[in-house]
Design a protein around this ligand. Structure first.
Ligand code: DQA
Length: 142
């Protein structure tokens, strides 16, 4: 089983963003924790980050046919990334949307996700552990 773990815009500089909102782990620390849990579960993960919606879509189109599920934190693309939404829907894979922060407890423009309607589910506000929970759920539901 292979799971794609995708991080959207600005998540590459996570440790420089608001720690009170996003926690104190860098993206590479989060990826390492996800990879460790994947090894324990006996599944493969492929991680990817880009600040560009097009690059994320190219990655999904290339890798989804060889994968079994997608975990994605779309960053701000969550709120307006309709091309990303279409690419995720076209993949026909189960998608779990993850947010480090609770998007519903923040500015009103963050409350709407264009990804959520095509996702298997959404985890918001539980920090880096949201990625681990998403991985465990995709593995349990395989
Ligand atoms: C985020 C929430 C988004 O609103 C924001 O634009 C991000 C990060 C989160 O993980 O909480 O970049 O997806």
């Amino acid at each position: 089983m292979k799971i794609l773990v995708i991080h959207g815009p600005n998540l590459n500089v996570l440790e420089k963003r608001e720690r009170a909102t996003y926690g104190d782990k860098s993206l590479s620390e989060i990826n390492a924790l996800v990879e460790k849990r994947a090894r324990e579960l006996g599944v493969e993960v492929l991680t990817f980050q880009s600040n560009s919606e097009g690059a994320i879509i190219d990655f999904i189109q290339t890798e989804a046919p060889k994968a079994d599920g997608i975990i994605i934190n779309p960053g701000a693309l969550t709120h307006y990334g309709l091309s990303l939404r279409d690419a995720l829907a076209d993949s026909a894979l189960p998608v779990i949307e993850v947010h480090l922060s609770n998007i519903y407890a923040r500015e009103e423009w963050r409350h709407r996700s264009v990804i959520a309607p095509i996702a298997r589910g959404q985890i918001s506000g539980l920090g880096w552990r949201g990625y681990i929970a998403a991985l465990e759920i995709l593995v349990a539901e395989r």
